[in-house]
Design a protein around this ligand. Structure first.
Ligand SMILES: Cc1cc2nc3c(=O)[nH]c(=O)nc-3n(C[C@H](O)[C@H](O)[C@H](O)COP(=O)(O)OP(=O)(O)OC[C@H]3O[C@@H](n4cnc5c(N)ncnc54)[C@H](O)[C@@H]3O)c2cc1C
Length: 325
């Protein structure tokens, strides 16, 4: 049984969501192939990185400039080529924008089963696999069982630990690139993640702002974020008010994050927002309404006006250790 993991990258680095997907792949098999599709220039560095991810038994690489466009048809065509070369029990991607496009496309094209956004993957040892995935803004968990192979699975990367490194690199196999099938050429400029300078999905600390924060308090929030080296996200209400761009939106229709610390300021804690932040290791809520639902999920809560609390936090964080003592 071999699992194929599609390597997602930004042209220079394999993304951490692929490391998490490899951890999920290890629950099915010890034989894990990683498929790297990139331009000739990008491939050497990317394959080297993929080869030292713990658990990877083989790196397969096809190089062509058209892979840089990230078009569904072109990427899927190469996966199909690889499926002809080797029999796979599972094909895994993260449930990123790319994974949500490529895997359902493959499922339709090859008439295969596809399960999206899995947070638990388990093998019963008898050939059946169970996949757990959240639905309705994570208020319900659905268990899906698939027996037919290959299974196309996208993984919610924030719920899996990232695979570490292995001392002995896996072998790298170069295969010919499938010809470009899509008539489209696209150049992507990745500006989306960085709203205030730090990528939300990679930040260890994220400050989420809700309707309790107005344009006047935004500079204070930015100052707090810069002291904590935090990224800034927002609720849909804030995005709709035009205070920040939609790239910062966290939740059911926005980004899903799992930072070490999430500080929710002026956020009520609607279920649709919590769907994107509930996997944060520690949640601190600042809200002037003790009844706000955010306090039910917060590890620490500060009941008070954000206009007063944020300056107090900033001044406490700016104190030197001597001043604190
Ligand atoms: C289909 C659907 C999908 C959705 N998807 C998303 C999504 O992906 N992400 C998302 O965020 N929302 C989403 N929503 C919207 C969601 O239901 C809520 O409306 C939204 O999250 C509320 O945002 P909020 O907490 O900023 O605002 P509010 O609910 O208005 O809460 C503001 C909070 O700030 C507090 N506050 C006010 N002033 C202060 C102050 N000075 N100091 C401290 N606290 C203060 C208030 O007590 C209140 O609790 C979706 C809704 C639907 C129907």
């Amino acid at each position: 049984m071999t699992v194929l993991v599609f390597a997602e990258h930004d042209g220079t680095k394999i993304k951490s969501k692929t490391m998490a997907t490899i951890t999920a792949a290890a629950s099915f098999s010890d034989e894990i192939h990683v498929l790297v599709l990139a331009s000739e220039r990008q491939s050497p560095a990317l394959t080297e990185q993929a080869a030292v991810i713990a658990g990877v038994s083989q790196v397969i690489c096809a190089s062509a400039d058209h892979f840089s466009c990230g078009l569904t048809e072109d990427l899927a065509a190469q996966i199909i080529e690889q499926m002809k070369r080797h029999t796979y029990s599972h094909i895994l991607m993260s449930s990123s924008y790319l994974g949500k496009r490529v895997l359902p496309y493959l499922a339709g094209k090859l008439n295969l089963d596809c399960v999206s956004d899995c947070i638990v993957t388990e093998n019963d040892g008898l050939g059946s696999d169970f996949f757990v995935r959240p639905v309705y803004a994570s208020s319900l968990l659905v268990v899906e069982k698939i027996t037919a192979s290959p299974k196309l699975i996208s993984i919610r990367a924030s719920t899996f630990a990232r695979a570490g490194k292995q001392a002995i690199p896996a072998p790298i196999t170069i295969i010919p690139a499938a010809p470009k099938v899509s008539a489209v050429t696209r150049t992507a400029i990745n500006k989306a993640e960085e709203v205030f300078g730090i990528a939300i999905t990679r930040a260890k600390i994220v400050i989420g702002i809700g309707r309790g924060i107005t344009k006047e308090e935004l500079p204070l929030v930015e100052k707090l974020a810069s002291i904590l080296n935090a990224a800034i996200g927002a609720t849909r209400a804030v995005v709709e008010e035009g205070l920040v761009s939609s790239s910062a939106m966290l939740g059911q229709t926005g980004k899903t994050i799992a930072p070490d610390l999430y500080i929710a300021i002026g956020i009520s804690g609607a279920i649709q927002h919590l769907a994107g932040v509930k996997d944060s290791k520690v949640i601190v809520a600042i809200n002037d309404d003790l009844q706000a639902p955010i306090f039910q999920v917060a590890n620490y809560g500060i009941v008070g006006n954000a206009k007063v609390i944020i300056p107090q936090l900033i001044s406490a964080l700016e104190k030197t250790p001597e001043e604190v003592a």
